[in-house]
Design a binder for this molecule. Structure first.
Ligand code: SF4
Length: 214
């Protein structure tokens, strides 16, 4: 990323943070993923429960092994190796009452709306209500002008890339194109658009000046 792109990231992030504040949310910006990771870790209160939701952004910055090392913090992790889908449902339920939830948003608009598409719905449910604090790690590659563009990006890009990543038997995993399938394993089932947060500051968007996630 050159200095012009970095400047753009910084300027646009500043504007989005202002818009988030008008919507009862908060935001902050880190130019680098490593800085963002340290700032997210600093936001976790001592002796808290932290709900891990799907986010390649968090994985790519090596966040979870570091959180697991914090004394007194319990990670509620539905992605533990060896956990069957059925067994993963209990931590997904338990996570709804966690102190902190960490995930990403599929897209964020220039005026601060959060657009997401979930397979099961546990991630978007927890974003809406439950965990006391929601931290969304969001690379500037996920910034879009409006909700319509956010939905198009999510369905045509994030969905197929995630299906490919997880080797899900869907048409998009085969050819990279969304055909709005009816496959039993379809990963795009629940849309949410968060326009405002009633509990002020509960949602914190950590914008990052690097490409993270899909
Ligand atoms: S609707 Fe089906 S084809 Fe489209 S992105 Fe989702 S899983 Fe893939």
């Amino acid at each position: 990323m050159d200095s012009h792109q970095m400047k753009w990231n910084e300027q646009v992030a500043k504007k989005i943070i202002q818009e988030l504040e008008k919507r009862g949310m908060e935001g902050s910006y880190a130019a680098r993923a490593a800085q963002a990771r340290d700032e997210v870790i600093a936001m976790i209160p001592p002796n808290s429960t932290v709900y891990r939701c799907g986010s390649m952004s968090a994985v790519s910055m090596d966040l979870w092994p570091r959180i697991a090392q914090i004394a007194g913090v319990e990670v509620i992790d539905p992605f533990k190796p060896g956990l069957s889908f059925e067994d993963s449902l209990e931590p997904r339920r338990k996570g709804l009452l966690a102190d902190v939830m960490i995930t990403s948003t599929n897209a964020i608009t220039l005026d601060g709306k959060l657009v997401n598409l979930d397979g099961l719905g546990n991630r978007v449910a927890a974003m809406i209500f439950g965990p006391k604090k929601v931290i969304l790690i969001t690379g500037m590659n996920k910034v879009v002008p409006d909700v319509e563009t956010a939905m198009a990006r999510t369905k045509n890009y994030s969905g197929p890339v995630n299906a490919i990543r997880m080797n899900i038997p869907t048409p998009c995993a085969e050819n990279g194109i969304c055909v709005d399938c009816k496959a039993p394993a379809r990963i795009c089932n629940v849309w949410t658009v968060i326009e405002r947060q009633r509990i002020k500051g509960r949602i914190h968007v950590k914008l990052v000046g690097e490409n993270l996630g899909y």
